[in-house]
Design a binder for this molecule. Sequence first.
Ligand code: C5P
Length: 253
Amino acid sequence: MLTVGPNEGDMACGEYGPGRMAEPTEILAAIDAALGGGPLAGRHVIVTSGPTHEPIDPVRYIANRSSGAQGTALAVALRDLGARVTFVTGPASVPPPPGVAVVPVETAQQMLAAVEAALPADAAVMAAAVADWRVANAAGKKLKKDGSGKAPTLEFAENPDILSIVSKASVRPRLVVGFAAETDDVIAHATAKRARKGCDWIVANDVSPATGIMGGTENAVTLISDAGADIWPRLPKDEVARRLAARIAAELG
Ligand code: C5P
């Protein structure tokens, strides 16, 4: 059975929440995809999502608070437009969606290997919160207190930047999309990040505590591309995903 919506947002009765009718374009896209069509039919899109876990020893790791919600919503939206989605996910707190090829990974190095193995692709959307550093001197056995009161010293090594590597790969996807969570001067920082990493688009958002976006259900993003900065209104994360998927479909033609 095919179900579409309901969506979250403003409703005719004046309330806000889950209950809004799905957009007609979305309903048509879902029907198309269910019939094997859709604007992204025949396209392969890689999505990275979730945090990475970087081991300290066999039982401990360094992680971050990424839930994987935005990456999961993106995989769903791309799938619903008919794309074949490879979903490379770290240990996220939201379950991976059905109907996509799930590649579970733990570390940044594993995520890079999984993304490289999934190439070629028409587009890559890097929504994962990849750890910048891993523990260079991770222990093969569980670290134990030795009674001396001395704490172990962790040394760090920089992780590979998957977004940069894919943006510069010889089998580069036609469209590479990165994310940028910033707390100030969002457009300037994200524009610089786009140039530095070599990706086509950056989806930038302000995650300063006052916005309530971090860990929340809504997102307010600015899409930075060759065309400049396109500021979107504050929207539920799955609506952000649907709009981004529609833009990707339009870009890939
Ligand atoms: O530099 P920063 O971590 O802010 O960049 C965020 C973007 O880069 C996201 O799209 C993220 O998925 C990607 N990234 C990556 N590999 C890393 C670090 C970030 O793919 N090691």
